[in-house]
Structures are given as C-alpha cells and as structure tokens.
Ligand binder design. Structure first.
Ligand SMILES: Cc1cc2nc3c(=O)[nH]c(=O)nc-3n(C[C@H](O)[C@H](O)[C@H](O)COP(=O)(O)OP(=O)(O)OC[C@H]3O[C@@H](n4cnc5c(N)ncnc54)[C@H](O)[C@@H]3O)c2cc1C
Length: 438
C-alpha cells in the first residue's frame, strides 16, 4: 500500500530542533512594533511566539490607497508566517489575546487557550477613537484595518455606481465627509477626489462633478497640526486645488446612517463619513494589562519600556505610552513602533546575557504626508520642510522601502509606475463581502 504522505513528498520532512529549554518570548501583535521585536530575536537563544488576530501584517500607512481603489488588499498585507518562514525559533499563533495573567505568567486567548511566557511584549497597537460621539462607531467608517479599507472602498464605489444608475431618472448629489485633518484625513480626501475624477473621466460614470462633494472637516484651525504651519498651508492649497472643501472649527455631534450633524446645528446628508479623527488604546488589550493605564488607554512603561514594576513584561509602539520627557510621550507613529520594538528585543537579549538594560532613545527622522499626485510634505527633524514633487518622491521611496515583503514591494512599485503613465488605472472592484467583517 502506498503511503500518501510519502507519495506526495520528495524530501523527508525537516527535523524541528527541540528548543523547549530556551526561554519563551510571547509577542502579542504582529504590527510594526511586534515584527521588529521578533526580528531582533531571530538569532538569539529564545523561543518566540507572535500572536495576532490576523494571520498577516498590515502596512497601515497605505490603507487609504486600498480604500480609494489604488492598491489591492494583498499588496499592503503580508503573512506573518512567511516573514519568519526560515527562522526555526519563531512561531506564529493565530488568535486574539483577551487577558494577561501576570502572576501566572500566561496570556489567555479568546478560545480559552493559554500560553505561558518568560517574557511578554504587548504590541497591540491602537484603534479608532470615536470620543463617544453618538452614532460615530456604528455609521462612520474608520481606516484602521484591511477590512475597514475594503468596506470603505465598497461603500465609495457603490455610492458612485448608484448615483450613475439613477442619473437619467432622478439625479442625486453625493457628499463624502472626512472627519479629521491629520495625515490620514488629508491623504484620504486627496485620493478620494482623484478617484471621483477618474470614475467620471475614465469610467464614464454619469455624475455631475459639481454635485459630488468631498468635504474635510476638523475642529482645529489648520491641517496637519504636527507639521510646521507652512506645510499646513501648502496642504490646504493643494487640497482646494483638487476640489476638496476644507472646513475648520467644525465639531461633529452625531453621525446617522445617511447624515452627519455638526455643533452649529447643520445636518448634512452623506454617502459616507470617513473617520480619521484620532486613535486610542482604550478598549484594546493595552488597557487591560495594568490597573492604571496611561494617556489614551496606553500601557505605562518606564524608560526601558518595561511595564510598571515588571522586569519581564514590555510594551512597544502605539499600545505604549513611551515617556519622551516630563509627562510627555512619543507620538503613535511607525518609526516609534519600529525603534521601540528593536529596543525591547535588544533588552531581552541583554537580560538573558546577564547585562543591565539601557533606556530607550528615539531617533527622530521626520514626518511626511502625501496629498496627491506630485504633492506631499516631508518635515525633517529641526530641518526644512520639503514640498511638492520632491516630497512626493521621498514619500514614495520611503513607503516602498518599509513595505514588508519583496513581492509586495515589487507589485506596489509596478502598480504605482503603471498608474503614473496610464493615469488613472486601478482596481475599482466592488467585492462586497466585507461589510460585517472586523
Ligand atoms: C490609516 C493609517 C495611516 C497611518 N500612516 C502613517 C504614516 O504615514 N506614517 C507613520 O509613521 N505612521 C502612520 N500611521 C501610524 C502607524 O501605522 C502606527 O504607529 C503603527 O502601525 C504602530 O505599530 P504597532 O506595532 O504599535 O501597532 P499596529 O501596527 O497597529 O499592529 C498591532 C497588531 O496587533 C494585533 N492585535 C491587536 N490586538 C490584539 C489582540 N488582543 N490579540 C492579538 N492580536 C492583536 C493587530 O491585529 C495588529 O496586527 C498610520 C496609521 C493608520 C491607521
């Protein structure tokens, strides 16, 4: 009788080394921070388990391009198992951690499974902050996961198709409101306004451009508040040139299924509300691992990135309130997540070698945001602000560099190059199964 396993395989299965005597590092979250912790421990004498509720890493800065049909979901996501495929000491466990028991040194998953650790790293990121505004979490669409991006893309394209379908019988206007004038709000409004022009010009949708409005609202008096004022002024000029209506000092008080209400009493009918108003760690695992959490529900850590009085529990990235001075904390940005992840890996290795841990030092390399084709702002630390095409090229290069996976880098580069010359092609598909996914 033929053994099916033998018949299918040409090589004997590799013998897995027994690493059970090595200390076990459990990393909760395979985002920018969690991946860097694991990368830093690949060649160390530890067993590493990354736990994530998704079996892929998501490159959040490009989600808005998925939402506006410029990139496919698979181009901004990468299987975590594949990232560490060749590392014998790194394993991936798909699942959601619901609780940490520091006394027993175990993490508890939502299926009640438990995993014991010698070192624990919380790298669970953050989530959209709705500030308790009625209806916002139900009816506005945030941009924090791949499922959000697909849901938003379906909503945008469906609204545009519907307006086309009724154009001859009962023409309608469409209002898309983006709440929040930070980098995500600016990037999304610019890309959405480009998408609308595309579906009218290239796809021939019968829409009256004067009745399709992209409205960006913010309570603040300017866009991109972490950037210098001249960068904000440039972003405003560029967005307005692209047809985006920018309204400052506007505070949202309610979101309904098809409408948004402002503090001044205005109620506007909407095709979609895109929520880019901020992030919080409240409601995530970070707010569960300590009795008293830090600002925005983040885990309070010391200068070494250890959680409270524990020497073997750490937090990195968006989930951690990393002190940058007296009562100030580093911003929730990818470079902070990556550098803090690398730091924790190095500290765990130092402890295992019997060395003292050293404090975290952040190297600020600047911030950047893109507004549209040929328009971006990049502000270097204590240096100049680069705008226009140069800023845009810097933005493209940096995002390609940090995108995880060679295949994704290649595909995104080909896509961007193709779109540059064949403006504006793109995957404008409505694949409507993500409305309810998380
Ligand atoms: C739309 C958007 C655009 C952005 N653009 C930029 C930008 O241009 N530049 C920049 O510097 N920063 C940007 N940021 C911020 C940047 O992406 C974050 O600072 C960074 O992702 C933080 O990394 P992290 O590892 O802490 O968390 P994340 O990358 O969010 O990863 C957290 C991981 O933990 C997993 N997880 C969460 N809870 C659990 C649980 N209980 N159990 C198991 N797994 C769990 C999640 O599935 C996720 O994979 C952007 C963020 C967003 C949302």
């Amino acid at each position: 009788m033929i053994n099916l396993d033998m018949a299918l395989s040409t090589k004997p299965a590799p013998v897995q080394p027994d690493l059970s005597h090595w200390p076990h590092v459990v990393i909760v979250g395979g985002g920018f921070g969690g991946l860097e912790v694991a990368r830093g421990l690949v060649d160390k004498n530890v067993r590493v388990t990354i736990i994530d509720r998704h079996n892929f890493h998501t490159f959040l800065p490009l989600l808005y391009q998925v939402a506006t049909a410029m990139l496919e979901p698979a181009e901004v996501a990468y299987p975590i198992r594949t990232v560490f495929g060749k590392a014998p000491n790194v394993r991936f466990r798909h699942g959601q951690v619901s609780h940490v028991d520091h006394e027993r040194q175990v993490v508890v998953l939502s299926d009640d499974a438990e995993l014991a650790y010698d070192h624990l790293v919380i790298a669970t990121g953050a989530t959209a902050a709705f500030f308790g505004i009625p209806g916002a979490s139900q009816h506005a669409i945030p941009l924090y996961s791949l499922a959000d991006a697909r849901r938003l893309r379906n909503r945008l394209l469906s609204a545009l198709e519907h307006a086309d379908a009724v154009a001859d019988t009962a023409p309608i206007g469409l209002n898309f409101v983006i709440v929040g004038g930070g980098p995500t709000g600016v990037e999304t409004s610019g890309a959405l306004s480009e998408l609308i022009k595309t579906v009218i010009k290239r796809d021939g949708l019968k829409l009256d451009p004067t009745r399709v409005r992209v409205i960006l609202v913010d309570m603040a008096p300017r866009l991109l508040t972490p950037f210098p004022e001249k960068a904000s002024a440039y972003a405003l000029k560029e967005l307005e040139r692209m047809g985006v209506e920018v309204e400052f000092g506007r505070s949202v008080v309610e979101v309904e299924e098809h409408a948004i209400r402002f503090a001044d009493g205005e109620r506007l009918r909407v095709a979609a509300v895109i929520w880019a108003a901020g992030v919080t760690a409240n409601g995530t695992l970070a707010s569960d691992v300590q009795d008293k959490t830090g600002p925005g529900g983040r885990v309070r850590v010391n200068e070494f990135l250890q959680i409270a009085d524990r020497t073997n529990a750490w937090a990195v990235g968006d989930s951690a309130a990393i002190p940058s001075g007296d009562n100030t904390f580093y911003p929730q940005l990818a470079p902070v997540a990556m550098q803090s992840g690398r730091h924790v890996a190095a500290q765990i290795a130092r402890q295992l070698d019997g060395k003292a841990v050293v404090p975290f030092k952040f190297r600020d390399k600047g911030i950047m945001a893109t507004i549209g084709r040929h328009a971006a702002v990049a502000t270097l630390p204590k240096g100049p602000t680069v705008k226009g095409t140069l800023g845009w090229l810097a933005w493209l290069g940096l995002h390609l560099w940090y995108l995880v996976g060679f295949r994704n880098k290649l595909r995104v580069m080909i896509n961007w190059t193709w779109r540059y010359f064949d403006w504006p092609s793109g995957p404008r598909l409505i694949v409507a199964d993500a409305e309810t996914a998380d």
